[in-house]
Design a protein around this ligand. Structure first.
Ligand code: ADP
Ligand code: ZN
Length: 525
């Protein structure tokens, strides 16, 4: 580095030490700070928890003027500002929660150069009044947080973010920094175009969290499976257990308590006093397990969370990555553990299908769910599947996920898939897994007989396998998109199924969830 660079770096490290008490930058933080502090633009792609905030906070303190942070997370602004003020940073925010007097106070502080950092909601920034103000104020830089919100492709699209093209047009000489934790190629291209960051350096951090061991198991008795997992590997450790519904959050927490696990429930329906106390205890105690809905975790930064367990399927790969990413921020071995079954796949698929979102959005969401299901069914290294979704290639299997540690065997199941698909079609594309399993196995239940399904050619064709086999197979067919879930959990064959039925395509499936029926002798032993 030149003398000039060295001086810059020293100043940056001084600020880091003096204000935050940290000794060094993490990963690419130092390079980003250097780029922006010396007036350059940048795109920062870093996973959640990677340390994006310092990338704009430190340069804002190093450059003359105020750093303007555009963020859609109004609910978090006050906390962020309070935290910064406690560190001695002159910070403020402008959003719709302020009174008119509050707004005036911030505006006058801005104009008289009494601020280091100002958080602004995008819709507030775009008001003529705010832009006039910024024309007259000394601005150090613009940081656009959650920058993926510019893109229509994402589930976080915010139309106001597209108005941010005003920044390069109106303030071409003020450095612009775009930050996000989620950006596929299309999203990244949108960010570059709206903020005109074409020639700017892109700082892309790896999404890999090598200390997290990824595991996915077939859901059999979720509560017992969870307890066994905690007792065997994480007794006395801090952990988070995610459930989909408030009811199952409460039931699971209560049950863990009766089993001697120090557990507490957390969901948005609890009184704020209870929620705050759960959060406080989690942060301050060593071995508490929080059973929660996805409402838990935003803005929580506890380094020694040893496991994250999912009793229900998240809605997307992004959600899964973010939630599991709360484990092991201290870099020590941690576990991301999940159980899922056919009912989960059916439920999430139906929830997405029945939402009021525009078709375009639904398609994107369905694709994100598909990615997660593919991950769940993967017979190859999970970390490779996960990272490839985020556009990253891991050259060799990781050795630290369940499929690496216990490679599942994969078997040709084309014939069985044909049986299942034809059972679905011959019964009219409207029955659920339990009934289909009865038909396949040849159980002449009352319902089967009353519907005349015992006379179908598919009746009993699958008697050689057991119930677990057929449920596992049906789940994989739904996960992989050969079957679709409709009203009342009814399954129907999709267009994709035709190739398998016609024998034009073969299907290899994981064998672990399709365990062969034990022979009679085995069972009698
Ligand atoms: P992100 O915004 O990318 O999710 P944050 O900026 O909130 O991440 O940082 C996550 C955590 O890492 C915070 O607790 C932060 O204080 C800590 N952190 C970030 N950079 C450093 C560093 N250089 N040294 C020590 N801790 C850091
Ligand atoms: Zn692996």
């Amino acid at each position: 580095p030149t003398i000039h660079d060295t001086a810059h770096d020293t100043a940056a490290l001084n600020v880091l030490k003096r204000v935050w008490g940290y000794d060094a930058f993490r990963g690419v933080q130092g390079d980003i700070v250097r780029t922006v502090a010396s007036g350059g633009n940048a795109l920062v792609l870093m996973p959640t928890g990677g340390g994006k905030s310092l990338c704009y906070q430190v340069p804002s303190l190093l450059r003359p003027g105020v750093g303007i942070i555009v963020s859609p997370l109004i609910a978090l602004m006050k906390d962020q500002v309070d935290t910064l003020r406690a560190l001695g940073v002159r910070a403020a925010f402008l959003n719709s929660t302020l009174s008119l007097d509050g707004v005036r106070e911030v505006e006058s502080a801005l104009l008289s150069g009494e601020l280091d950092l100002l958080y602004v909601a995008p819709e507030r920034l775009l008001l003529p009044r705010t832009l006039d103000l910024l024309d007259r104020a000394p601005v150090a830089l613009f940081a656009v947080d959650e920058a993926h919100c510019v893109s229509q492709w994402g589930h976080d699209f915010r139309p106001e973010y597209q108005g941010l093209n005003v920044l390069p047009d109106r303030y071409p000489h003020i450095p612009r920094l775009a930050l996000t934790a989620t950006a596929d190629d299309r999203t990244r291209a949108d960010i570059l175009s709206v903020l005109q960051l074409g020639g700017a350096p892109q700082f892309i951090s790896s999404f890999d969290r090598p200390n997290i061991q990824y595991r996915v198991a077939n859901k059999e008795g979720p509560k017992t499976q969870l307890l066994d997992f905690i007792n065997a590997e994480h007794r006395g450790d801090a952990g988070i257990v995610y459930c989909l519904s408030r009811k199952s959050v409460e039931e699971t927490a209560r049950w863990l308590q009766t089993q001697g696990v120090d557990a507490v429930a957390y969901h948005a329906g609890l009184p704020s006093r209870e929620r705050n106390s759960a959060q406080e205890r989690f942060l301050n105690e060593e071995g508490l397990v929080v059973v929660a809905t996805v409402a838990f975790g935003m803005g929580i930064d506890k380094p020694n969370v040893r496991f994250v367990a999912h009793l229900d399927l998240p809605k997307s790969m992004e959600g899964y990555y973010q939630e599991t990413g709360r484990a092991g921020r201290d870099g020590l071995p941690s576990t991301a553990w999940m159980v899922y079954g056919l009912a989960d796949v059916v439920n999430v698929r139906r929830m997405l299908a029945s939402s009021d979102a525009p078709e375009e959005v639904k398609r994107v969401e369905a694709a994100k769910l598909d990615a997660l299901l593919t991950y769940c069914e993967a017979a190859t290294c999970r970390r490779q599947v996960l990272l490839s979704y985020f556009g990253e290639e891991l050259s060799a299997p990781c050795g630290n996920c369940d499929t690496c540690l216990n490679p599942p065997s994969v078997r040709d199941a084309t014939r069985e898939a044909q049986m299942a698909l034809s059972a679905v079609i011959r019964t009219g594309n409207r029955f659920g897994a339990a009934h289909l399993t009865d038909v396949l196995m040849g159980h002449a239940t009352e319902r089967v007989v009353s519907l005349g399904h015992h006379q179908l050619p598919t009746f009993a064709v699958g008697a050689a396998h057991d119930e677990k086999y057929w449920r596992g197979l049906l789940r994989q067919l739904v996960s992989l998109g050969y079957l679709a879930a409709g009203e009342h959990h009814g399954l129907s064959a999709t267009g994709k199924a035709r190739a398998i039925l016609k024998g034009e395509q073969t299907l290899a499936l994981r064998e672990d969830t399709l365990a062969p029926r034990p022979s009679k002798r085995d069972r009698d032993r």
